[in-house]
Structures are given as structure tokens and as C-alpha cells.
Design a protein around this ligand. Structure first.
Ligand SMILES: Cc1cc2nc3c(=O)[nH]c(=O)nc-3n(C[C@H](O)[C@H](O)[C@H](O)COP(=O)(O)OP(=O)(O)OC[C@H]3O[C@@H](n4cnc5c(N)ncnc54)[C@H](O)[C@@H]3O)c2cc1C
Length: 305
């Protein structure tokens, strides 16, 4: 299913202003750059009046089309796919798994914007660390042969559910009342692994001192020790969980040069949560790119010596 991993210098998650700006810098510096992302929200008929250099209103779709063309002009490879997970790989590299490929990247720039998808469970926060998790790689181990459920409707949720099968045979996927968006090949993999789908919504959690049961909107319940939240697509904070990046709420912590606490991983734009504007995202993308370029050159030199 997944061909051999492709090696890249910099993998950028997100084709929004931050990701494309970073790609323009890394690709122009001769760094092998892949940008994986779905079209950003701003890529539509929205009027933008406050971005530098346009004396007339420009639409979001025009601005983004220009950004993509500019990044491609310098040799960046733009891949319109979802990133499902990022893990530590061999020799300080990072393994980035998308819907159809795997990349080994020397550096990663997270420019995935901000996601506020919440499952809408009334007492979810009460079970934080007591059965609710956002990261299979971090917490799957704690549920060896225990009943667990993944909440989510798309390919990301399927990927999390399949990863959980490494720890327990008792895995269920619940769409949280949403229409299923997983693609046929991912649905087939779920069926093959024997993971059932429940298309209802969990409204409340029960159990003391930790999670024991999830209650659905029709009053029925399921016994579960763990629930993994994987709604929509994997967000910047999901990647932060897996890689062990410091966070501030839903945002990734970065310094004034967009460095995270992990060498080789940088974050830019809305996902770091400063001033959620295009101009700021573009500037932070440039700063992150400069750091990624330095990291790639330094690690290449170390590998050669
Ligand atoms: C309707 C609207 C109007 C706005 N108007 C203005 C304005 O006039 N002026 C202004 O300055 N700002 C405006 N903004 C804000 C501006 O759009 C954002 O600040 C800016 O787009 C942030 O850029 P970004 O690259 O950080 O994130 P985003 O633009 O959000 O891009 C993030 C990218 O990451 C991708 N992504 C996320 N997770 C994954 C994954 N798992 N796999 C693959 N890809 C993923 C997303 O699909 C997206 O492509 C507006 C925003 C909206 C929604």
C-alpha cells in the first residue's frame, strides 16, 4: 500500500500562506522541498484588503494561486493530500505519513493552521488523562488488550484505529454522528482489520476514577477504557502530541525564530497563535524556512564527516 519512503530535506505541512511562504524560501535555497496540504480556508472568494503590495482588493483564491505558482517556480513539490502522522525516524529524521505516501524528512515545518474541531461531549475535560487521549503513539501502550474507541469520521481516524490494533484487538470507530468521509481504500482497511463503525454521537462519559463507559445520544452505551479523539484531519496539535512538542493550549510553542523545542521541527502561522493574519503567517514561514535551511545544511555536513 505504502511505497518506499521518499527522502526530502524539508517537509512542510500546510499549503496556506505560512507553508507556501516557507516553501518559496527553502526551494529557492536549493533545499528539496515537499509541501503536503489541502487547500486552506482562505482559498476562496474572500476579499483581502490588507496584504502588502496589492493596491486593489485581491481574492483569497488569487493570492493562494500566485503563492503556489511561485513556490513551484523554485522547484517545491506541492502534494494535495492529508498528513496522517509524523513520527521520529532514523538518524534524527522524521517519518511523515500521508494518505498515499511516506516521506523521510530531515526537517519539518508545521504550517497547518488552527483546528477547533471538538467532539461536543459535555464532560470531556473531566476525563483528560483518565481515558481521553489525542495520541495513539503516546498512549496506545496503556490500553493493551483493553476496549478502546476512536472518535472521528475520516482517514485520520481510520489510521489511528489501525495503529491501535498494535495494542489491543478491541477497537471500535465512532463517527461522532458525522457523515463518514473516509475514502474507499481506508474503509476497506478498516473492514479488513475487523474494526466496527458506530455512526452515533457520544454525549457523555461515565466512570470513576477513570473512564469506563461512553453514553450515546440514543441512551445506549459502550464499555471503553480509552477514547482517542481524531475528528476531521490531523491538526498541528495532534502532530505536537506525537512529536512531544511544547504547546500552549491549542497552539504550538515556538521561539522568535519559529523553532519548537525539538531540533529540526519548526512551526509558523496560525498554528503558533500570535496574530492570525496572512502577513504574519508569511513572515513566520520565512523565518521557519531559514531555520530549516540551516538545520538541513548542518545535518548534511555532519553526516558527510
Ligand atoms: C474567511 C477568512 C477571511 C480572512 N481574511 C483575512 C484578511 O482579509 N486578511 C488577513 O490578513 N487574514 C485573513 N484571514 C486569516 C488568514 O487566512 C490566516 O491568518 C492565514 O491563512 C493563516 O495562514 P496559515 O498558513 O498559518 O494557515 P492556513 O491558511 O489555515 O493553512 C493551513 C493549511 O494546513 C492544512 N492542513 C491542516 N492539517 C492538515 C493535515 N493533517 N494534512 C494536510 N494539510 C493540513 C490546511 O488544509 C491548510 O492548507 C481570514 C481567514 C478566513 C477564514
Amino acid at each position: 500500500m505504502f511505497p518506499t519512503a521518499q527522502s526530502v530535506d524539508t517537509l512542510i505541512v500546510g499549503q496556506g500562506p505560512a507553508g507556501l511562504s516557507a516553501a518559496i524560501y527553502t526551494a529557492r535555497a536549493g533545499i528539496k522541498t515537499v509541501v503536503v496540504g489541502m487547500p486552506p480556508k482562505i482559498d476562496g472568494e474572500y476579499d483581502i484588503d490588507n496584504y502588502f503590495g496589492f493596491d486593489e482588493t485581491v481574492t483569497g483564491s488569487e493570492l493562494m494561486a500566485r503563492g503556489r505558482q511561485q513556490a513551484e517556480r523554485f522547484g517545491a513539490d506541492l502534494v494535495t493530500e492529508r498528513v496522517l502522522g509524523i513520527h521520529h525516524g532514523m538518524d534524527g529524521a522524521f517519518e511523515v505519513k500521508t494518505e498515499h505516501s511516506t516521506f523521510m524528512a530531515r526537517s519539518v515545518i508545521l504550517a497547518a493552521g488552527v483546528s477547533r474541531v471538538r467532539p461536543g461531549i459535555s464532560n470531556l475535560d473531566d476525563y483528560d488523562g483518565k481515558g481521553i487521549s489525542y495520541c495513539v503513539s503516546c498512549d496506545g501502550f496503556f490500553y493493551k488488550q483493553k476496549p478502546v474507541m476512536v472518535l472521528g469520521e475520516g482517514n485520520y481516524a481510520v489510521n489511528q484505529a489501525l495503529e491501535l490494533k498494535n495494542y489491543t484487538s478491541d477497537v471500535t470507530l465512532c463517527s461522532q454522528g458525522k457523515a463518514l468521509t473516509m475514502t474507499d481504500d481506508f474503509r476497506a482497511r478498516l473492514d479488513e482489520a475487523g474494526i466496527p463503525i458506530i455512526e452515533k454521537k457520544v454525549t457523555t462519559l461515565e466512570g470513576s476514577p477513570a473512564l469506563e463507559r461512553a453514553i450515546f445520544d440514543d441512551g445506549e452505551s459502550i464499555a471503553v477504557d480509552g477514547i482517542f479523539i481524531a475528528m476531521g484531519e490531523a491538526s498541528a496539535s495532534d502532530f505536537a502530541w506525537t512529536l512531544g512538542l511544547e504547546r500552549e493550549g491549542i497552539y504550538i510553542k515556538s521561539d522568535e525564530n519559529q523553532r519548537t523545542n525539538l531540533p529540526g521541527v519548526y512551526a509558523a502561522g496560525d498554528c503558533v497563535g500570535r496574530f492570525l493574519q496572512i502577513a504574519v503567517a508569511v513572515g513566520e514561514g520565512a523565518l521557519a524556512a531559514r531555520q530549516a535551511i540551516n538545520h538541513v545544511k548542518k545535518t548534511a555536513k555532519e553526516a558527510a564527516s
